[in-house]
Design a protein around this ligand. Sequence first.
Ligand code: SF4
Ligand code: SF4
Length: 492
Amino acid sequence: MAGDIETDNDALYIARKKIYPSAVQGYYRRLKWILLFLCLGFYWIAPWIRWDRGPNAPDQAILLDLAHRRFYMFAIEIWPQEFYYVAGLLIMAGLGLFLVTSIAGRAWCGYACPQTVWTDLFMAVERYVEGDRNARIKLDAAPWSATKLRKRLTVWTLWLLIAASTGGAWVFYFADAPTLLVDLFTLQAAPVAYFTVAFLTGTTFWLAGFMREQVCTYMCPWPRIQGAMLDDRSLIVTYHDWRGEPRSRHAKKAAASGADVGDCVDCNACVAVCPVGIDIRDGQQLECITCALCIDACDNVMGKIGKPLGLIAYSNLRDYEDSTVLAAETGRANATRMHKRQSLATLFRPRTVLYSALLGVIGLGMLYALLTRQSIDMSVLPDRAPLYVTLSDGSVRNGFTLKLLNKALESREFRISLDGIDDAGMWLADNRSEPARELTVRVQADSVSNVRVFLLRPEQHALPADFSFAVQDLKSGETTRVAAHFEAKASQ
Ligand code: SF4
Ligand code: SF4
């Protein structure tokens, strides 16, 4: 039965065909190089930027200090209690990705995704040592020889160095970079640091060196998700078949003989440069990472044969359809003349406006929170067992633990006082004294102090009451208040 025969198209597994992208020059290639150096430059240099925070804090500008549970970013210091800042940043990053995708398709994949950036760098190394596309195809097909071995070992060594510096740079974000560098080389660093460096070195070497486009096509969920974010005004790399077809390798001859030929000369330059090995002339494909290198390749060809650039270009579906209709009605040459590059107006669509508005609101909210951020914080934990104690004279005592956060980089004296429970007095649990309305405590720089206090209402049969603890920095006057509840027997 015909249905029982498994063809190549039915196979669940298709062996990978190795891709040998050729070098290309052009606008998008230059843009990609610039972004690559900016991204990698920042990644490698950032942990080495110093930032003086005084004697009680690390002087690394960007530091995720897991041991002391702090995140430092230049002048900003985030405590674990302030994780909402990190959550806000993650939400903004997600919205930013949605916004970019709805405007320019998979621009993230094509220009800034780590897999793309490192793969690009690894390919550049490969090209430098082994030569361009044809030389690499030839070398791969050749039997093992001293030359082939030397070239392969050189490439793998250079890849390994890049991969090791990638894994190495990552751990510097979690500890003082100069100290950790010395520790790593003198075998004094923690095992987790060596494990992280080894793991990231291995994954970078394997994913960027050997897996390459398979990560984007099979492993990454983003190509599947992004479909929901595109609409007919999103920019995608598009082959204008209304202009290019029917393609011909002998366009001049065909035109001279009166044949109707398009601008595509079927040179395959766009296919040869594609890092995922597809032919954009077959239409939109899941594999396309929108790197635009085929645009550069085709523009170079169009320039050489004296045709208008943009046979392959960033275009949206609506423009593409309008141009197709125009070409059918008025001719290919006219449609090419009339075809415009994406207008700025298409940037402003309901979804892009919504994403931008959400980004703006969250960004402004976070900025406001940062600018008005207090350097004192307090949380109040009432004793649970027992809720209250009735003393022999009928007065009622409650116990509280006050967690005082001193976010400043110097030790400070705080005054703790009571608001709204006029007859009560308090004392420090570890220093019994006469009940007072105010207590003074010192909290070390950049730390949390647990202060246990007892509160006493001397009245006979005191009732439950709401009140608040106030804590004030004696030097600056900065004050914060936290509501609390005095427990007692509800009614007599
Ligand atoms: S088809 Fe063009 S844009 Fe898409 S991945 Fe290939 S070269 Fe990049
Ligand atoms: S590079 Fe341009 S002209 Fe050459 S095959 Fe691709 S689309 Fe056709």
